[in-house]
Structure formats: C-alpha cells, structure tokens
Write a protein that binds this ligand. Structure first.
Ligand code: SF4
Length: 220
C-alpha cells in the first residue's frame, strides 16, 4: 500500500482537517513537556492548573520549582517536569530575550529541530510537536501510537528505535500531509490498532498490513 493510499483511507475514517494553530509555539512546548509519560486527561488537568496559577510563561520562568510542581501536581512526575519547564523557559529567555519562538518559522526545518533539541528534556517528539502544532511545519512527532502502528504496517523495521523513527517516517510523508499522518495514525492506534488487542477485522488497512494475520488469529 502506498503512503497516499494509506493516508486516503485513514482520512476517510477519521476526517482530520487542515492544520490550525491550537496554541503559540512556547505554549505547545510547555504542554508537550507536561504530556511526557502522562495520560491525556492528566495532561489537560495539569496544563489548566498551571495556566490558572500563573499569568504568563514569563511568570512561570521566574517562579520557584516547588511552586510550579504544586500547580501541576495531578500530572505526575511533577517535580521533574517543573524543573524541566523552568529550565527551558529560562534558557529561551536568556538566549532570545523573549519567549517568542516565531524565529524558528524562518529557519530550515533541520536547524529549527536542532535548536529546540538543545533545550533541557526536549527530544525529537517534543520538538516535532512544537514545530507541527505550533507553527504548521512538517516535522513529524512519533508518539507511542504512531510508532506501534508504523511498525505493524511495516513502514519501519521493528528494530528501529522511536528516536530514529522520526526521520525515517518523516522522509516518507509528503510535507503537506505530515499533520494528517500524525493525527490519523494516533486515532487509528487508539481506536483500532490498539496495543494489546488490535481490531484487525475492522481495520481499513488490513489488506495491506503484514501484521494482520497474527493478530486476527489471536482474536478469533
Ligand atoms: S490490520 Fe491489525 S495490525 Fe494491521 S494496522 Fe490494522 S489493526 Fe493494526
């Protein structure tokens, strides 16, 4: 199955529209750090609490680690994340004089990713989320769903590590479809190609999936 066909089928199922900015880039950055190793529900809760507790990200940068940790407490790993968020915001302010990451829109994609990945605790997935969601740039974040479904579909070899999967998958996807690929693969991973019991008989990709038969047999 070609990537175009895969995207066509997934989009028909999940109806992902065009990219629309959800938050500005630095807000996406904070949100993505909060989401690390945390459920969506707890991420939303801790993000809201953090926004309620502070008037701006500059205020968060100037706050104490304990104060930030207590605001994000429901998110788990609160102290580690508080340290990380504070260190990231401080570093951006020190280097750029503001928290405006708009300058990354004008940098070549590889340079923009590299700039973000120098920040404390920022790996390829977090950098990808900032560039994709915050700026509409074609950087592909590979989360647990994208990674699992891509491996089952044979888009990447099962031995490829998540960090390496970012560049491999990104090269396969036309830049204007990266946003759609990311979101439809997540939806597919959540609803159908689940980690434990993938629903292969309901899968729109089943005729092109090399993992289909094993999972079918286990289910039946
Ligand atoms: S056929 Fe099964 S294993 Fe393959 S993508 Fe669909 S749900 Fe996942």
């Amino acid at each position: 199955m070609t990537i175009a066909e895969l995207l066509g089928r997934l989009n028909k199922e999940y109806h992902i529209g065009e990219w629309r900015q959800r938050y500005d880039p630095v807000t996406e950055l904070v949100l993505t750090v909060l989401s690390q190793n945390t459920s969506d529900v707890n991420t939303r809760r801790s993000f809201q609490r953090l926004r309620d507790a502070f008037g701006s990200w500059e205020e968060v940068a100037g706050a104490g680690v304990e104060e930030i940790a207590s605001a994000i407490n429901p998110g788990g790993l609160a102290r580690v994340k508080a340290l990380r968020i504070k260190a990231i915001l401080e570093q951006i302010l020190r280097e750029r004089g503001s928290l405006d990451l708009g300058f990354l829109r004008r940098r070549p994609l590889a340079q923009a990713k590299a700039w973000l990945r120098r920040l404390p605790g920022v790996g390829p997935k977090t950098a990808g989320c900032v560039l994709l969601f915050g700026m509409g740039r074609p950087a592909l974040p590979v989360d647990t769903h994208v990674y699992r479904v891509s491996k089952r579909l044979g888009l990447i070899d099962s031995r490829v590590a998540p960090a390496a999967a970012h560049d491999i998958l990104e090269e396969m996807i036309p830049p204007q479809r990266v946003y759609q690929f990311h979101l439809t693969m997540i939806e597919h991973g959540r609803r159908i190609c689940r980690a434990r019991h993938p629903l292969c008989w309901r899968c729109v990709l089943r005729d092109g999936c090399p993992s289909r038969r094993d999972y079918d047999l286990k289910e039946m």
